[in-house]
Design a protein around this ligand. Sequence first.
Ligand code: SF4
Ligand code: SF4
Ligand code: SF4
Length: 188
Amino acid sequence: MNNLNSTSLVNQIDQLLPQTQCGQCGYKGCKPYAEAIVRGETEINRCPPGGQQGVERLASLLGVSVLPLNVPFDSEYMPQQAIIDEAHCIGCTRCLSPCPVDAIIGANKQLHTVLVEECTGCGLCLKDCPVDCIVLVPATIAFDPAQSRKRYQAKSVRLAIQEQAKVERMEKQKQLLAKIKSAKTADT
Ligand code: SF4
Ligand code: SF4
Ligand code: SF4
């Protein structure tokens, strides 16, 4: 498969995925899972939020056999959303980074809150809260998968730019240290 066809297939698969960005498939979001399917690295039945219907849609797109949904527990997926108990939030900001769609707003030492309409209910913010003040509750609003895809992509791009800037900063520091070292050697 050439790159163009492969990108197009990744996008078609991604369109069928729920965009919860929860990582339960073993990948860091829906698009990475779609890419792994196209590489032949994983099966089409690893997405609990997509359910058995999701597996069937993927099988139909790819012209392969339907598989039973592979989930680690025997329970039906329920749409959820996170809420923060603001009375206990200490403003540590630790929940901001794990949120794949930037659905939490807040700043250092200030109360944090969840943008309910953007929250996919992935639950990734819960584990980093030192005071356990984030809980998942049944969703009252259905998130928009297209919006979630956009926010996930925007965050991925931002993280890639930050990572690139970090690499460049470290490279500059390395070059500066090498110059200082070489100047000191020349002086002796
Ligand atoms: S919804 Fe979760 S499990 Fe399904 S593909 Fe997206 S990241 Fe993976
Ligand atoms: S607020 Fe929490 S549950 Fe909601 S999308 Fe962000 S990480 Fe997931
Ligand atoms: S991790 Fe918990 S305590 Fe820290 S800012 Fe987020 S909700 Fe507040």
